[in-house]
Write a new protein. Structure first.
Length: 453
């Protein structure tokens, strides 16, 4: 019910007050004119009745004599003269004692109904009470209405300038008194986070309430500024701690991965020295393997530290399916099955990077005891959505927050850089990877990748 009306209400407080003031002025003016109209109508009607009463008193004896002597010509002349000289009277009808027509000023020869509103009827009688007839005065309502209309238009022409002046003065006062509120609103609207705390330059005549409101905003913005500065300092300290922790974690992981092959090489060198420098083929194999292990660790470490550059190309989900199916068949020797769901579609991304991401996920699933995995493929606008699910042992809750940390692994072998590299590559593709901790069996990853257009 109120929705159409609400749409017409201005958004600005200043405009709402101004609209209410204008409506009040218009309604007040219209009410004044309406009251004046009905008052004038009653006044003119009373004036017409009084005029007719005076006229009737002046001609009553003459009409009485004319009726007694049956002087119709005199009756007509009296009626016609009064009708033509008095604009309020349209017609005068003279009736006999029985109510029968004698004459009228317009010679209409019609007897009107005596109970209509615009008819004044007076008895003509002798002193002994005998009735000689009646005189009916038909009031000219059109003349009264024209007079009322003229008077109303005059009132409107007189009142309208005052209403206009009233609205102008009211609008000026409203603009004057709402200016402090407008200053506060404009200052808050244009406030910048770098300009805290917020202060207001209010006019001297600003009310106490608005001054207190402005002061409250200033206090709140001061508190906000202090909190922001405190949070920035805390974030800097936290970022520094996290950076140091990450460096420590990576250093510890790298040291761990390099220490074991280094100790093996050290033991081999010590063994060679203690055996008269005789180097057996088996020793060479061990040394070669450990050196390769060190080189592999350093290579993985350089990958995680090096910025990733992508090579976007037009591709489709069928191509991705072919690559992953070929990987499970040839590299994994069919030890893990892969299935797909969802409609095929085209998008732009880095095919090689995508294959590396999902090959790493498939390998992790196989090492976690999975025999099958599935990919649910979908697309919403420019976002490719892929859900990766396996039936392996899953990920314990205590490890869920650390699986994307560099060098973090629960396996006896491996660098712990695989999932970290996956996350880094997916971020480079404009997406994200998240472990669904609500999965009851196996591991479930929710992956989004941007369609690079």
């Amino acid at each position: 019910m109120w929705k159409p009306i609400n749409k017409l209400i201005p958004d600005s407080f200043h405009k709402r007050i101004l609209t209410m003031f204008i409506l009040f002025a218009i309604v007040t003016g219209a009410t004044t004119i309406t009251i004046q109209y009905f008052y004038d109508k009653q006044t003119f009607r009373g004036y017409a009745t009084e005029t007719i009463l005076n006229i009737h008193a002046s001609i009553e004896d003459r009409i009485k004599d004319s009726i007694l002597f049956d002087d119709i010509y005199t009756l007509f002349s009296v009626a016609e003269n009064i009708t033509s000289s008095v604009s309020l009277i349209r017609n005068i009808i003279i009736l006999d004692a029985n109510g029968d027509y004698i004459t009228d000023a317009l010679v209409s020869k019609k007897v009107p109904s005596l109970d209509i509103d615009n008819l004044e009827v007076y008895e003509i009688g002798l002193k002994n009470g005998k009735s000689l007839g009646k005189v009916a005065y038909l009031i000219d309502i059109d003349t009264i209405n024209k007079t009322l209309l003229t008077h109303s238009l005059t009132s409107i022409l007189f009142i309208t300038p005052f209403i206009g002046l009233f609205i102008f003065l009211g609008a000026t006062l409203i603009r004057y008194f709402t200016r402090p509120l407008k200053v506060i609103s404009s200052r808050l609207k244009n406030a910048d986070i770098n300009e805290l705390p917020i202060t207001f330059k209010l006019p001297e005549y600003t009310s106490i309430e608005l001054r207190k409101l402005a002061e409250r905003f200033t206090v709140m913005s001061t508190e906000l500024d202090n909190n922001i500065k405190t949070n920035i300092e805390h974030e800097k300290a936290l970022a520094k701690e996290e950076r140091l922790a990450a460096i420590g974690s990576m250093s510890a992981g790298l040291a761990h991965e390099l220490r074991n092959p280094a100790m093996s090489l050290q033991m081999m060198i010590h063994s060679i020295k203690s055996s008269e420098n005789k180097l057996e083929p088996e020793d060479m194999d061990v040394m070669s393997r450990e050196v390769a292990r060190i080189a592999s660790t350093v290579s993985e470490f350089l990958k995680i530290a090096k910025p990733i550059s992508i090579q976007p190309k037009q591709m489709d989900t069928e191509y991705l399916k072919e690559i992953l199916t070929d990987y499970t068949d040839r590299v994994m020797k069919g030890n893990i099955a892969i299935s797909y769901s969802g409609d095929d579609f085209k998008f732009i991304s880095d095919p090689l990077m995508l294959s590396n991401i999902f090959e790493n996920l498939i390998l992790n699933s196989y090492e976690a005891g999975a025999t099958s995995c599935s990919l649910e493929l979908g697309k919403t606008k420019d976002i490719v959505e892929i859900t990766f699910i396996d039936n392996g042992a899953g990920i314990n809750e205590e490890h869920t927050e650390k699986i994307f940390h560099p060098f973090y692994t629960t396996k006896s072998s491996g660098t712990g850089l695989g999932m970290s590299m996956c996350e880094k590559m997916i971020t480079a593709l404009g997406g994200s990877i998240r472990l669904d901790t609500g999965s009851s069996k196996g591991a479930k990853f929710l992956i989004t990748i941007k369609d690079i257009k």
